[in-house]
Ligand binder design. Structure first.
Ligand SMILES: Cc1cc2nc3c(=O)[nH]c(=O)nc-3n(C[C@H](O)[C@H](O)[C@H](O)COP(=O)(O)OP(=O)(O)OC[C@H]3O[C@@H](n4cnc5c(N)ncnc54)[C@H](O)[C@@H]3O)c2cc1C
Length: 320
């Protein structure tokens, strides 16, 4: 068989899984739409250990360089279906079909877009989808949060500790979110709620400069001067095509145990696509290693080989 392990997704989770899998001698194929995933949306990651500041692109490129050293092969395509055939997984993309003995799902999550003019152009240039990640870049600046509910309020709460002023822009007539969260946010004087406002456009040449808002009651349009807008409308796990294969939670995330095992034998999942909390690059990478070691052990067991306890112990025992 050509592929022992197939990994779907080429960002921090998938590339780490690929490093571990290939380093243990597994024929490893990584199928992905891109290298870097959500990391490509940020120019400045300041909380990945070992790097004071690195762009998501550069960090992912380093991961890929390391994976390539161990012979990982790549297919740049989108996976559209997964099925099983006896002991094998069949992975279908737009352009082909691939088979493997073990499968690792690492295809992340996509932040929900605001879907307004200017958003695509200014992504990473003041349009952010991650307040914890990018908030510190706007210390003492005026920023806006677009979104409703506790997710957006949580972002506003955090940003109020960094930015000089935080505008929370919502379409509805009353502030949306749990009473507890609303009260907590209201206690911060630098947070201003702008309800009954629709964001029509994000304006700016090289960076975000303002939002074009429409007053829902009067229909009047106004510009709100800010330096960043945090689109906090939640994330979408595009897992529809695997819903009959593995168990998902109500948010569409793949449910995994501490071994990153899904409900289906031989399928492991890691990173933002899973139900593990705190969506961060370092967490995805850590989970990627767990998923790979578990997947290798699944294959070893099928082949009647002993199981690995960890990556370094395996290398140690080879030397002795
Ligand atoms: C703007 C922004 C800034 C951020 N800043 C930070 C930060 O400073 N620090 C930090 O720790 N975290 C940050 N994060 C979060 C971090 O980027 C994510 O937690 C991390 O990228 C998740 O990695 P992942 O590998 O699990 O999935 P993702 O990054 O979501 O990558 C998924 C991969 O799967 C591929 N894929 C998706 N669907 C398919 C398919 N059907 N077929 C084939 N391939 C597919 C994608 O192309 C991509 O390569 C930020 C996120 C955003 C959006």
């Amino acid at each position: 068989m050509e592929n022992d392990v197939i990994i779907i997704g080429g960002a921090f989770a998938g590339l780490t899984a690929a490093i571990y899998s290939a380093r243990q001698g597994m024929n490893t194929l990584l199928i992905t739409k891109d290298i870097g995933g959500q990391g490509l949306l940020t120019t400045d990651i300041q909380n990945y250990p070992g790097f004071n500041s690195i762009s998501g692109f550069d960090l992912a490129s380093k991961f890929q360089e390391q994976a390539s050293l161990y012979g990982v092969r790549y297919v740049y395509d989108e996976v559209i279906n997964i099925s099983t055939d006896g002991n094998l997984f069949k992975i279908k993309t737009f352009s082909g079909e691939f088979e493997s003995e073990g499968l690792i799902l690492a295809f992340g999550k996509t932040p929900r877009d605001l879907n307004v003019k200017g958003e695509d152009k200014l992504k990473g240039l003041g349009v952010s989808y991650c307040s914890i990640c990018d908030g510190p870049l706007y210390k003492n600046k005026e920023v806006a949060v677009a979104g409703a509910g506790d997710h957006a309020l949580q972002a506003a709460l955090y940003l109020s500790t960094v930015a000089s002023k935080v505008y929370v822009v919502q379409k509805g007539s009353r502030i949306s979110g749990s009473e507890e969260m609303v009260n907590e946010v209201k206690a911060h004087e630098n947070v201003v709620f702008l309800t009954e406002r629709e964001i029509l456009e994000i304006l700016g040449e090289r960076n975000v400069e303002s939002l074009l808002l429409k007053d829902q009651k009067s229909g009047a349009e106004e510009k709100l001067k800010i330096e960043a807008v945090f689109v906090e409308m939640g994330y979408v796990a595009k897992t529809g095509f695997i819903k009959d294969l593995v168990t998902l939670n109500a948010s569409g995330e793949v449910i995994v145990d501490q071994f990153c095992a899904t409900s289906h034998p031989g399928i492991y999942a890691c990173g933002d696509v899973t139900n593990i909390p705190y969506k961060q690059a370092v967490i995805s990478a850590g989970q990627g290693s767990v998923a790979a070691l578990s997947c290798i052990n699944y294959i070893h067991k099928k082949r009647g080989k002993g199981s690995l306890k960890s990556d370094w112990k395996f290398i140690d025992s080879k030397k002795s």
